[in-house]
Design a protein around this ligand. Structure first.
Ligand code: DGL
Length: 274
């Protein structure tokens, strides 16, 4: 058996958003160990330049590999758009990002071929989703809406106030106007307010988020590479963040509905933009 089978899966995001991906992974891959890093000191990523995000993502991924990660999961759309290709080119372990699987799922689910996208400014500006959707269906009409401030409103301790409702109402207006039948939640924070978003998109619209799709992709990659852990044990998990561990623990454990134990505070290093 490959000795890396027993190594953990490394997952990172700018904050708690990647926990929506981890949540699906814990359900689909219950025997695996996970190390999760939330870059809360750098949060949000959505307004940062791509070269800075590449450097930071590489430093985080190298820290995860230093923790023994057999695979690195970029559980953040903004970091995927900015850094996935760079990480795959420079690291020796498999690196999986979000976006590809949801783009495919969105094209498969849309009957009208009118697809909506909600994402951070950086993700929308990168054009990555639009390209991936068009790679699957060149005729699909994509209504892409940047949602500045939404991830921050979600990551605050108690997000359900009039302000966030107003934000979601405003950001979804172009989707209602375009009568989309499929909406990609293109930021891993957004599934945390999925019920709120559902009320503001066209009633028949299908919401597509990264968690489920990426968990399937990770399972497939590990299986093909002979790195899946035997299922006769319960996996362990550990958490680290770059900002305040107590704040991360409070919001994270409430969302994941499990105790976090000790959250390490780590600075993976400020790599120069690449
Ligand atoms: N959760 C991140 C994403 O998927 C981004 C939120 C942010 O840091 O701006 O895009």
């Amino acid at each position: 058996m490959d000795p890396r089978v027993d190594s953990p899966i490394g997952v990172f995001d700018s904050g708690v958003g990647g926990l929506t991906v981890l949540d699906e992974c814990l359900a689909r891959l219950p025997a695996e160990d996970f190390v999760y890093f939330g870059d809360t000191a750098w949060f949000p990523y959505g307004d940062k330049a791509a070269d800075r995000l590449r450097g930071r993502s590489e430093a985080i991924a190298r820290w995860l590999i230093g923790q023994g990660a057999k695979i690195v999961v970029v559980a953040c759309n903004t970091a995927t758009a900015a850094a996935l290709a760079h990480l795959q080119a420079h690291l020796t372990v498999p690196v999986i990002g979000v976006m590809t699987a949801e783009s495919h799922a969105a094209v498969q689910s849309s009957r009208s071929r009118r697809i909506g996208l909600l994402a951070t400014e950086a993700t929308v500006a990168s054009g990555s989703y639009q390209r991936m959707i068009h790679a699957h269906d060149a005729g699909a009409e994509v209504t892409a809406v940047a949602c500045p401030g939404l991830a921050q409103a979600i990551q605050r301790d108690s997000p359900f106030d009039e302000e966030i409702v107003g934000m979601v109402r405003g950001f979804t207006a172009p989707l209602r106007e375009a009568r989309v039948d499929t909406v990609i939640l293109g930021c891993t924070h957004y599934p945390m307010v999925e019920r709120l978003i559902r009320r503001h998109v066209p009633a028949e619209a299908t919401l597509i988020s990264s968690g489920e799709e990426i968990a399937r992709e990770i399972a497939g990659t590990l299986a093909r590479q002979g790195l899946l852990r035997p299922t006769d044990r319960e996996g362990r998990y550990s958490f680290a963040c770059s900002g305040d561990p107590a704040a991360f623990r409070t919001i994270g454990s409430r969302f994941l509905q499990m105790p976090f134990g000790e959250v390490l505070q780590v600075d993976p290093g400020a790599t120069d933009g690449v």
